[in-house]
Design a protein around this ligand. Sequence first.
Ligand code: 13P
Length: 251
Amino acid sequence: MARTKLIFGNWKMNNTLAQAEVFCKEAESISALAEKKGVEAGVAPTYLSLAYVASHKAGLNVYAEEVHYADHGAFTGNVSVGMVKEAGATGSLVGHSERRAYEKETDFDCNLRIKALLKAGMGAMYCVGETQKEFDQGWTKDIIESQISTGLLGVSEKDLGLVTIAYEPVWSIGTGKNASEAIAEDICGYIRSLIEKKYSEAAANKIRILYGGSVKPINIHGYLAQEDVDGALVGGASLTSDSFKELIENI
Ligand code: 13P
């Protein structure tokens, strides 16, 4: 079964509502281009533009960048799964390395968030990846294994259908220091083997595993040509409709 490639934009703390409105004027043409290329496209805007983007998405997938695991309660500054669902998102990123680094999110926190999303029938894009130091020490696969096994604790094979994995080596994010295509393929393939071991061959063949980290229009094709790389999670190059279209054009 062929997996449809997915190009996903993580806007991080970029794009005001006004800028999101400008982007959305091109949502239809981005979707049309994605369809022509036989790929899927999506974006994760900030909470403040989530509802707007979700109601002008014209076929794009729209995820939140983050959710809390509790339904509601005394969690100042946080947003629940139900709230992003009501705003029109169909899923959320979980465990982005910036959340792990600046907000001290652990693999266990990620697990709670993933389970809260799945319980609501929402998608979870689980981000994993090693730091520069871990890479230098040759620990990448050990780190990934523990992120995957803890993050997916208690997730059933049926629910795994709502999960996407994004491999984002921390040292390649926003640095222009891309992981080579060979590294991306090696680690995405390794993640698939972990899924096969934990679940089944069918689950491993079905799950989408993306690469992220300094993906640009000029290098996206090489990543997507890899067997086990099912798409890209893109930061900087996903912010404008022109650049987003260029990403898809170059596949
Ligand atoms: P850049 O594409 O800006 O390196 O960001 C990658 C990323 O963190 C996407 O989640």
